[in-house]
Design a protein around this ligand. Structure first.
Ligand SMILES: Cc1cc2nc3c(=O)[nH]c(=O)nc-3n(C[C@H](O)[C@H](O)[C@H](O)COP(=O)(O)OP(=O)(O)OC[C@H]3O[C@@H](n4cnc5c(N)ncnc54)[C@H](O)[C@@H]3O)c2cc1C
Length: 590
């Protein structure tokens, strides 16, 4: 049986020591969130995650969701757990007080999200999608729509969905066919079929508020003709109470590889009543508001699953007795040494740890900038934060989820054959982590977003929001001998990033396939540099301290710098080799 303990010490380190949480509390609207208050919120969240949600993770996977005649039941215990989650105010955590939310900084709520994903990723999707719907509606909805839907979504009485995908259209939303026809009362009637809709139907909330992409009758073809609509499962009466059932039904749920307790639904819209959100034909842009929030959250799913997989791999490696240390018996009182003595097992554990703590720090940096972007009154600071988060969102989404899967796979490896056995729980983490590389835009599409859109945007201004602080940091610490082990490898990796960026910008002019061919390797290279920066910063904080926590940080930082960051060199070579080897290969030869 796996176990989970929220990594509160490391979370506090990122919040308070690596990034000063007091500066977040200085932003308008966040004054109440003192470091002490945030710590107590994290403590409470850890109890809920460890005691209520984690115990339902394996049973939820085994049982899955049930579908019958349009009705979906979540696994046993899920409705009660959701009630506890909602009654504890967790659905309101990161929403505005204007709609009954607690207005918690994103830099804190992200840590709660991480715990949720570690404890029960499939459960976390239900409130996660609702929050995405909240974000899209609060940014783009009319006052009337906001007042009708947001208070109940925030209170967790109603949940939300994101309805983009259709059977013939996933990445290429320009192909979508769902239609919206205006009616005399200013509303619309929607007809069409959506598939793969997470939380599209379930038994956790009284109402489900679908955000649906559809086309108006006179809409231009392609992505320029897509509009966003809000379509409730039950129509809402003037007094706010629930009215008749709307024309949206769940026609089935998917049987899938992982996150089995999350209902992935096929939805049929038949003259379903809906209301336009934002401007006609600008739905994709509005939906992107939600997708960016969701993309960051999906990255955190990768981190959460990596954390729980790592914790169990460490426990197992301490207990499992196999073989003797290569350098002599370490535990003579035992019939064999625990496998944690073996260099290869340590390689796996440290790789997992370096990824996880690096990602937690990087996620903390991005979340902090999201706080600045949403709450600062300084327009320059807001713009800088907007640029930075736009640049880093595809990296967090794609790299963190790739890492989630890699770490889950390493955890299976640490367990040996026992990792492949269901009761031990590791194979579930591997299955559950795989989806996050696909939904919210596949990781290949994230890489294209980074290289094709974010890099060239505004003459490279976005990139400078990342590179400037990194270069400044290197310059500040360049002469510090104690930091040489961290700064020199970082500097080399940054040079690789700069060369790769220059190369892509140059070749992109002549041939866009060059961009496509380089994009995934470039995203990873960029992500590794960002993790390298985080590890160097963590080393600076840890160096003067003697406690074991900080010594472990320094040890992990060295491992990352010496054994993992040098991958940037190989990635640069791959990027520089260009697209020729793939594009010259005849289609028929595959
Ligand atoms: C469990 C689950 C839950 C989901 N939840 C939701 C949800 O709540 N709401 C929703 O709307 N959707 C949801 N989805 C759908 C999900 O977002 C899509 O599956 C995903 O966006 C990919 O679309 P696709 O499956 O059609 O793949 P395709 O678009 O067909 O892509 C297939 C492959 O081709 C690549 N590819 C496609 N186009 C390009 C390109 N231009 N350049 C380079 N490579 C390309 C992709 O990267 C991928 O590797 C969910 C899916 C699953 C499985």
């Amino acid at each position: 049986m796996p176990s989970y303990k929220a990594p509160l010490a490391d979370m506090r380190f990122v919040l308070h020591e690596l990034f000063d949480s007091k500066t977040i509390a200085e932003l308008p609207g966040y004054q109440d969130f003192s470091p002490e208050l945030i710590d107590s919120v994290l403590e409470e969240a850890s109890k809920l995650c460890e005691e209520v949600l984690f115990p339902l993770n394996q049973s939820g996977d085994l049982e899955g969701c049930h579908y019958e005649n349009g009705v979906v039941r979540t696994p046993s215990g899920f409705p009660e757990a959701y009630n506890a989650f909602r009654d504890g105010g967790w659905t309101a955590m990161a929403s505005s007080p204007e709609y009954g939310g607690q207005g918690m900084p994103i830099s804190s709520s992200t840590l709660v999200e991480e715990m949720l994903c570690s404890a029960n990723n499939a459960f976390g999707l239900y409130p996660g999608l609702s929050h995405g719907a909240y974000v899209a509606l609060s940014h783009h909805g009319s006052e009337e729509l906001k007042n009708t839907y947001l208070p109940n979504i925030v209170a967790g009485k109603w949940s939300g969905t994101m309805c983009l995908t259709e059977p013939h259209c996933g990445t290429d939303l320009g192909l979508l066919r769902t239609k919206a026809v205006p009616t005399d009362d200013g509303a619309y009637k929607l007809s069409g079929n959506k598939i793969f809709i997470s939380a599209g139907e379930h038994d956790l909330t009284e109402n489900i508020i679908h955000l649906v992409l559809a086309r108006l009758p006179d809409a231009p073809a392609g992505v320029k003709g897509i509009s966003l609509f809000v379509v409730p499962k039950f129509l809402v009466k003037e007094d706010g109470s629930l009215g008749s059932r709307n024309g949206v039904t769940c026609t089935g749920i998917e049987h899938k590889m992982g996150i089995k307790a999350s209902a992935t639904c096929a939805l049929s819209f038949e003259d379903a009543k809906g209301w336009l959100v934002g401007t006609a034909n600008k739905g994709l842009a509005a939906m992107f508001t939600m997708m960016n929030t969701e993309r960051f959250s999906v990255g955190i799913q990768g981190l959460g699953l990596a954390e729980v997989a790592y914790q169990n791999a460490v426990n197992y490696s301490r207990e499992r007795l196999q073989g003797r240390s290569l350098t002599g018996v370490k535990y003579p009182d035992k019939p064999a040494d625990p496998i944690i003595v073996h260099p290869d097992v340590r390689r796996m554990l440290l790789t997992m740890r370096a990824y996880i703590e690096g990602c937690r720090a990087l996620g903390g940096w991005v979340a902090r900038e999201l706080d600045v972007q949403s709450h600062s009154e300084d327009s320059d600071a807001k713009q800088a934060a907007d640029d930075f988060t736009a640049l880093l969102t595809p990296i967090v989404k794609a790299m963190f989820t790739d890492i989630g899967f890699e770490v889950a796979s390493l955890a299976v490896q640490c367990y040996g054959g026992h990792g492949y056995i269901r009761d031990n729980g590791m194979e579930q983490y591997l299955r559950d982590s795989r989806i996050s590389m696909l939904y919210e835009g596949t990781n290949g599409v994230q890489a294209l977003d980074l290289v094709g859109r974010k890099l060239p945007q505004d003459g490279g201004r976005l990139l400078s929001r990342f590179l400037d602080p990194v270069l400044e940091f290197i310059e500040t610490h360049a002469d510090d001998d104690d930091l040489e082990a961290y700064i020199t490898p970082l500097q080399t990796a940054v040079e690789h990033l700069q060369v790769a960026t220059g190369h892509i910008m140059e070749v992109a002019m002549g041939n866009f396939d060059e961009v496509g061919a380089a994009s995934v390797d470039y995203l990873r290279l960029f992500g590794l540099v960002a993790l390298g920066f985080m590890w160097a910063k963590m080393a600076v904080v840890s160096l003067p301290k003697t406690e074991s926590f900080y010594q472990a940080k320094l040890g992990t930082a060295k491992f990352f710098m010496q054994r993992m960051l040098p991958q940037t060199g190989a990635l640069l070579s791959a990027i520089q080799s260009g697209s020729e080897t793939m594009m010259a290969f005849e289609d028929a030869a595959f």
